[in-house]
Design a protein around this ligand. Structure first.
Ligand SMILES: Cc1cc2nc3c(=O)[nH]c(=O)nc-3n(C[C@H](O)[C@H](O)[C@H](O)COP(=O)(O)OP(=O)(O)OC[C@H]3O[C@@H](n4cnc5c(N)ncnc54)[C@H](O)[C@@H]3O)c2cc1C
Ligand SMILES: NC(=O)c1ccc[n+]([C@@H]2O[C@H](COP(=O)([O-])OP(=O)(O)OC[C@H]3O[C@@H](n4cnc5c(N)ncnc54)[C@H](O)[C@@H]3O)[C@@H](O)[C@H]2O)c1
Length: 475
């Protein structure tokens, strides 16, 4: 029900531009408060980058790769084990398209049952309270006005000007699912999360992958020991890393590509994928009409309540930059709507997990060893290796590991780092313990189902407490 006590000159209480995770949750949170809400997006982008070109397709592709290649079963059935011999792009896309289609339906249904108007088109400001929506057909224009606006327009891949993207062999990461066949060789430019996730998928499919990264290392926010293990696994799959190298030029013809590096190296490959950062989608918004400006990467600055410089206009999700994750975008959207309509809420918690869906996957929450060391926090490490867990043997994962960082001062958990099967789910046990201020003793005393990978927590906790006891005995 719409509140009747405040009379507004505007048609809507809230307009949300962009229907990705941030926009969806802003809209639904406002609708649950009885507000009249419109969400603007193009009909073929409902669900955002998340559902259409980013998170969901890439994670579904990963599942398809793991299943069809039989990768996870090879320790048990031998290196030649495959579910399907000649995997085609059609095999992979069948699953991806199915899941994306379903997810779009879920988003549409959720907006509809909350009485949110989904307006098809591209939104731009004509003044700080008014958004012009231009649809796909000529003359298809509609003007909406609202008391509040949430900008949740996300990002698009950054495309260096000197590179000729041809939508066939030289692609950005949003286009990679349009490949017509699985390349026998692929150059991946940029070893960020997107680059490494796709590099590991194509390597698992048998492509010879070369990763070019201008920095000397990758994923440097993660635990270095785990990143080393990942690099080892990827090299084992035939990935070549070119760290400290920049791409100077990419040449393409009908059959192949040549990537020339600034160092003079030339890399022939069937295709090239650029995953060298992303750019905020603010170019079409006519921000000046709203009294806003974006930075050089198209991002908007916000305060702790996600308010831009214009107080009734909020911005959430990837368009505001770090951490640029689906999970955080959703909560930012919800909190922006609560703030706009005076609903009390807690701030986003500091304890946010990171999940990287490489093959094998990585996840962590809390501090890294490097952070604890640089801030002089004494800690002990407890490690559990999957190969010593019954479930690890049953699953056929001999490389997985879970690492706990435990304060030697008060035995609290300071960080959890997981590598291997189920890492992105397992991390939440540690997150819950840390969120409740729990100590390693909780994990020592807890009984876990057997045989499970969760048991790694107990094994690692015992390892850490054994080391702490040795220290205490000495002193
Ligand atoms: C390949 C890839 C893999 C990823 N994997 C993960 C992952 O595993 N886990 C994770 O947490 N995150 C992942 N992410 C990040 C995640 O997708 C984003 O954090 C999330 O989608 C951001 O949500 P958002 O609300 O900012 O909107 P987005 O999902 O970015 O969507 C923005 C929407 O705004 C629309 N829009 C833009 N301009 C306008 C306009 N002028 N008018 C109307 N509509 C407009 C666009 O059409 C789009 O639909 C991944 C990203 C990529 C690219
Ligand atoms: N699992 C997940 O949570 C997940 C998965 C994918 C993406 N994402 C989100 O998407 C965001 C964007 O990811 P991304 O990987 O595109 O960006 P990024 O900025 O993290 O990585 C880009 C990398 O490309 C390198 N690079 C840039 N130009 C180069 C050049 N000319 N030659 C060689 N290397 C170059 C950069 O040094 C950097 O390491 C991430 O920060 C993340 O928030 C999250």
């Amino acid at each position: 029900m719409r509140r009747l006590d405040v009379v507004s000159e505007h048609e809507y209480d809230l307009i949300v531009i962009g229907s990705g995770p941030g926009g969806q949750k802003a809209a639904i949170a406002a609708a649950k408060l009885g507000k009249k809400v419109a969400v603007v997006d193009r009909h073929d982008m409902v669900g955002g980058v998340c559902v259409n070109t980013g998170t969901i397709p890439s994670k579904t592709l990963r599942e398809a790769v793991l299943y069809l290649t039989g990768m996870n079963q090879r320790e048990l059935y031998g290196a030649s084990y495959r579910v399907k011999q000649d995997i085609t792009i059609a095999d992979l896309l069948a699953r991806t398209q199915h899941v994306v289609g379903r997810e779009v339906q879920v988003v549409r249904a959720q907006l509809m049952r909350n009485h949110i108007d989904l307006v098809d088109g591209t939104g731009s400001f004509t003044d700080p309270h008014t958004v012009l929506v231009e649809g796909r057909h000529r003359g298809d224009r509609r003007t909406l006005s609202a008391d509040h606006v949430v900008i949740a327009t996300g990002t698009r891949p950054a495309r260096p000007k000197q590179v000729d993207f041809d939508a066939a062999r030289v692609l950005d990461s949003d286009e990679i699912l349009r490949l017509e066949q699985i390349p026998s060789s692929l150059v991946v430019v940029g070893a960020g999360v997107i680059g490494i996730e796709y590099a590991s998928m194509f390597a698992a499919l048998g492509s010879r992958v070369t990763v070019v990264e201008q920095r000397d290392h990758m994923l440097d926010f993660c635990d270095p020991e785990i990143v080393e293990s990942l690099k080892f696994q990827l090299r084992d799959l035939g990935v070549t890393f070119r760290f400290g190298e920049k791409v100077a030029d990419v040449a393409v013809n009908d059959h192949a590509t040549i990537t020339t590096l600034v160092s003079g190296k030339r890399i022939p490959a069937d295709g090239v994928m650029y995953s060298a950062g992303r750019q905020g989608m603010t170019g079409e918004l006519n921000l000046e009409a709203a009294g806003l400006t974006a930075d050089e990467r198209g991002r908007l600055a916000v305060d702790e309540n996600y308010r831009t410089a214009v107080p009734h206009i909020y911005a959430v999700g990837d368009v505001i930059g770090f951490p640029a994750l689906a999970a955080t975008s959703m909560d930012q959207g919800r909190l922006a709507a609560y703030h706009a309509f005076g609903e009390p809420a807690h701030e986003l918690g500091a304890l946010q997990p990171i999940g990287i869906y490489t093959i094998p996957e990585i996840s962590y929450v809390g501090a890294t060893e490097a952070q604890l060391t640089s801030s002089s926090v004494p800690y002990e490490v407890g490690i559990a290796r999957y190969r010593e867990l019954a479930r690890g043997q049953i699953t056929g994962d001999s490389y997985g590991m879970l690492k706990l960082l435990v304060s030697t001062a008060d035995r609290k958990l300071l960080g959890v780092h997981v590598f291997g099967t189920g890492a992105t789910d397992l991390v939440h046990i540690g997150q819950a313990v840390m969120g409740c201020g729990g100590t390693v003793d909780y994990l020592v005393d807890a009984v876990f189902n057997y045989p499970t990978l969760s048991e790694a927590y107990k094994v690692a906790a015992l390892d850490a407490t054994n080391k702490i006891r040795a220290l205490e005995r000495f002193s």
